[in-house]
Design a protein around this ligand. Structure first.
Ligand code: CP3
Length: 370
């Protein structure tokens, strides 16, 4: 612990803290922007590195994580870096085998079919601080390498999203296998979600100890839930994580860092998310202008993030500029972090990504000045 604190003291001073100010609702010179999956396959330099190493080998090698995390920052004027990792490092840490299959996505060798599988497949004695040390080492290394250019974001998958992968064993349209648990193995589902919640809290706190300056929690699988299921099987655990991270950092005497909740497709629960003590609520690209205006009126102290359609990057630069202007007019320039409304696609045009970032900066700067 003292070594960590020693290291933290030696981190280079921050030059651009716009995104942290936006999280706190403080004035900014221009709207900060980062892009979900900003390190990834749309960058030729990422593809070139990936041709030499498997996906999870990159995740497990701090020097490679650092390189890949910094790649988009060399090209673009981004206001945050996000550590290169994956939400599925958590099930791996618990002893489950997960492989990344080219053109298909993640595959579990032995998913959880019935609750009895939990005992065999999930090792509850595992500790984040031990199993995921490679993530924390990568964060410390990257924070130093960033040299204060901008804050470094740490992240985790949320319990329901992790559980649904552990049960489905791969991506799914309906998540009906995982949802079946919520209707048939109710107690066992809560038990698994509760266990994952404690592990995720530890994982997030360890990332902050290692140098993460902002956190994002990904609840990616809300599209297959309805309001009732969300309120029972997702929301209580999200709230526990917000409180657990806050309390855990206080206990360790580590300064608080803001937390972003990105609950994809939870358009039916935006009120609950905005009143759950997260500092920032990320909105996916399907949230409407009307919903955004309502949120702004009802929750003026909650910072919002989002929500340009990732496919808008296929548009002409003139059309893109119009959409950016509209987005800035709806969200405003205060308590706002610009981003896409989901991860960037592998065929995104690099010049349009640059145009997106620079245009958000230019237009918001003009809006703030006038
Ligand atoms: O944002 C960043 O740049 C940081 C890195 C990051 C990755 N995955 C790298 C990655 C982050 C934050 C994630 C989160 C993640 N991973 C989520 C939540 C966000 C979301 O998309 O809803 C989910 C559901 C996963 C699980 C996952 N990892 C899937 C479904 C896939 C395959 C689908 C795909 O996009 O290909 C991955 C692979 C993955 N994670 C890649 C990257 C750059 C591509 C893999 C490759 O290089 O071959």
């Amino acid at each position: 612990n003292s070594t960590i604190r020693q290291l933290q003291k030696e981190f280079p001073p921050i030059k651009n803290n716009l995104i942290l100010r936006a999280c706190r609702g403080e004035p900014v010179e221009h709207v900060p922007i980062w892009i979900m999956r900003q390190a990834g396959r749309y960058l030729p330099e990422y593809l070139s590195l990936r041709s030499q190493h498997s996906f999870f080998d990159v995740c497990r090698t701090p020097a490679l994580v650092c390189e890949v995390t910094l790649q988009p920052l060399r090209r673009f004027d981004l206001d945050a870096a996000i550590i290169f990792s994956d939400i599925l490092v958590v099930p791996q840490a618990l002893g489950m085998q997960v492989d990344m299959i080219a053109k298909e996505g993640p595959r579990f060798a032995h998913p959880l079919n019935v609750p009895a599988d939990i005992k065999i497949r999930v090792d509850r004695t595992k500790q984040a601080s031990v199993e995921l040390k490679y993530v924390y080492d990568a964060i410390t290394l990257t924070r130093h390498a960033l040299n204060g250019q901008c804050p470094l974001i740490g992240f985790s998958g949320a319990p329901w999203t992790l559980m649904s992968y552990m049960v489905e064993g791969k991506g799914s349209e309906t998540h009906s296998k995982a949802k079946k648990w919520l209707y048939t193995y109710i107690e066992e589902s809560h038990d698994l979600l509760q266990f994952l919640t404690h592990f995720v809290i530890d994982h997030l706190i360890e990332q902050v100890c290692a140098g993460a300056q902002l956190l994002q929690l990904f609840e990616s699988h809300c599209g297959c839930l309805n309001h009732d299921l969300f309120v029972r099987f997702s929301l209580p655990y999200l709230r526990q994580i917000a409180k657990g991270v806050r309390d855990g950092l206080t206990r360790r005497q580590i300064p608080y860092v803001p937390i972003i909740i990105f609950a994809k497709d939870a358009h039916y629960a935006l009120d609950e998310l905005c009143s759950s003590s997260f500092d920032v609520v990320g909105l996916d690209w399907s949230v409407t202008r009307k919903q955004i205006r309502t949120l702004r009126e009802k929750y003026p102290t909650v910072t919002l993030q989002g929500n340009l359609d990732p496919c808008a990057l296929y548009a002409s630069q003139d059309d893109l500029e119009k959409m950016i202007k509209q987005m800035l007019e709806i969200f405003g320039t205060k308590s706002y972090i610009a981003n896409l409304g989901h991860g960037i696609y592998p065929d995104a045009n690099v010049d349009n990504v640059k145009h997106f970032i620079d245009t958000v900066h230019r237009i918001s700067k003009d809006m703030i000045k006038s």
